[in-house]
Ligand binder design. Structure first.
Ligand code: CTP
Ligand code: MG
Length: 170
């Protein structure tokens, strides 16, 4: 079996989604901040977004996600990555916020697991916003990044467990 087309696909998918992944991952290190919904409740009486979505998290994700796009612009000598960095970061953060909005409507508390939605909401947000500015991702890459993200999620959680940063390996 020739692995090189698969490796190329993985590399191409990571190239496009790196800023989104950085924007999604960097707010995690924040322990608390000012909630984006300012504590407000939705018509169902539950929090609009909850305490897991903060202004500080938004700022950190936007900064580092955009920054990674600037690095890519320099590395690949392609200005398109400036736009991808900014727009995919915004999309990723909005996707994650929308994910929390859905979770609260389902009655799930902050941090309660919502498999797939938790891991992939940011991918959908980033893909949608990139599409809106004319950057279309091929179906192949769109599927590849979802598989990569789910695998990365499992691997990083295991590492965090081994390092005793998490009480459970999932
Ligand atoms: N975070 C933040 N602001 C954001 C996104 C994330 O402050 N806009 C931080 C929060 O500390 C959050 C952590 O990153 O707890 C992990 O993000 P995530 O898993 O998306 O949030 P959860 O705590 O799981 O909350 P939810 O149930 O709403 O997904
Ligand atoms: Mg979560």
């Amino acid at each position: 079996m020739n692995l090189s087309p698969i490796l190329t696909l993985i590399a191409e998918a990571l190239k496009i989604y790196l800023p989104a992944m950085v924007a999604n991952a960097t707010p995690v290190f924040l322990k608390q901040g000012k909630p984006l919904d300012l504590g407000a409740k939705f018509i169902d009486g539950k929090r609009v977004l909850g305490d897991g979505k903060t202004f500080e998290g938004l700022a950190i994700g936007l900064f580092f996600g955009t920054y990674s796009g600037i690095i890519e612009t320099l590395v690949f000598k392609n200005l398109l990555f400036i736009r991808i960095g900014l727009i995919a970061s915004i999309g990723a953060l909005l996707g994650d916020i929308f994910g929390s909005f859905i979770k609260r409507r389902l009655g799930l508390k902050r941090g309660d697991p919502a498999p797939i939605l938790d891991q992939l909401d940011f991918i959908y947000g980033a893909t949608l916003l990139l599409y809106l500015i004319g950057v279309t991702v091929t179906l192949e890459k769109f599927i590849a990044i979802q598989v990569i993200t789910l695998i990365l999620h499992i691997v990083t959680n295991r590492i965090a467990y081994v390092l005793k940063l998490k009480p459970v390996p999932w």
